[in-house]
Design a protein around this ligand. Structure first.
Ligand SMILES: Nc1ncnc2c1ncn2[C@@H]1O[C@H](COP(=O)(O)OP(=O)(O)OP(=O)(O)O)[C@@H](O)[C@H]1O
Ligand SMILES: [Mg+2]
Length: 265
């Protein structure tokens, strides 16, 4: 299977007033076309830095980032991004917010087709009827749904989600997980999800990459085998419970609370 994203031996340090701050130290991540990888790791270990490297917003000091067989050397229009706090423009309607990227990225769609696509995406995430509302008239979960549509409007090959559900309450978050599955079925993309929520990682992704503490390296990779659509009940199966236990242990190792030797004993 061909990889759509290949991160090879990536090292990066930020230059700060106190000298260089090494953030990434030998990152290896591959995502096949249509794959969905979740990246988990201690706070401040370099996860958001990784998303900026994939999007081409930054260049690594060492190593390579490849997207669809091409070395990433600058910003890519084939990447869509959504973040924890969706920044929607209050003076534009929800529909116009979703259409915004098409005013920046070249598109083959006519104005009418673009609007139809935006309306389709909004209905896919359950926002039919809210097209003409302003962002402040929506709940946090609804704003996040709109931001997801905006990230998808130009049919990106890669969708990067940096803790998109982190600020939402548990029920809204679980609702959005199911929405994500529905969206991916209709609008295939290759996904990279940064999250602190281990349940979220195994519910959405087919592979979970655990990063070590800063400077981060790829510490552990967990495959999440799946047959067919997932339901929330799948999170309570013995297999899921075991996967979560493995990930929790790996996070503890990453946080320096346990060593691989401790856990092997
Ligand atoms: N532009 C920058 N200049 C200097 N240091 C930075 C810069 N951006 C991030 N850092 C530092 O790099 C480290 C990694 O930051 P990053 O945002 O990638 O972490 P993260 O894993 O996303 O954290 P969190 O889980 O809290 O979101 C942090 O120590 C941060 O302070
Ligand atoms: Mg971050």
């Amino acid at each position: 299977m061909t990889n759509l994203i290949d991160i090879k031996g990536v090292r990066h340090a930020y230059q700060t007033e106190d000298g260089p701050l090494p953030v990434l130290d030998g990152l290896e991540i591959s995502v096949h076309e249509g794959g969905f990888v979740a990246v988990v790791g201690p706070s401040g270990c370099g996860k958001s830095t990784l998303t900026r490297l994939i999007a081409g917003l930054m260049k690594p000091d060492h190593g390579e980032v490849w997207l669809h067989g091409e070395r990433v050397r600058g910003p890519r229009s084939t990447v869509g991004m959504a973040f924890q706090n969706p920044v929607l423009l209050e003076w534009r309607t929800i529909l116009k917010n979703v259409l915004l990227p098409l005013e920046i990225v070249p598109t083959k769609l006519t104005k009418k087709q673009a609007e139809e696509r935006a309306r389709f995406l909004l209905s896919l995430v359950g926002l039919e009827g809210f097209e003409d509302k302003r962002p402040s008239e929506l709940s946090g979960g609804m704003r996040q749904r709109a931001s997801l549509c905006r990230a998808l409007i130009h049919q990106p090959e890669v969708l990067i989600l940096d803790e998109p559900f982190g600020a939402l309450d548990a029920f809204t978050r679980e609702d959005l997980w199911q929405t994500m599955h529905r969206v991916k079925e209709r609008e295939p993309f290759t996904g990279v999800l940064i999250t602190h929520d281990l349940r979220e990682s195994i519910f959405l992704a087919d592979q979970v990459v655990v990063l070590s503490g800063r400077p981060a390296r790829t510490q552990y990779v967990l495959d999440v085998p799946s047959s067919g659509p997932r339901t929330l009940d799948d999170l309570y199966t013995p297999a899921a419970v075991e996967q979560l236990a493995i990930l929790r242990e790996q996070i503890q190792i990453a946080q320096g609370r346990a060593t691989p030797e401790d856990t092997a004993a």
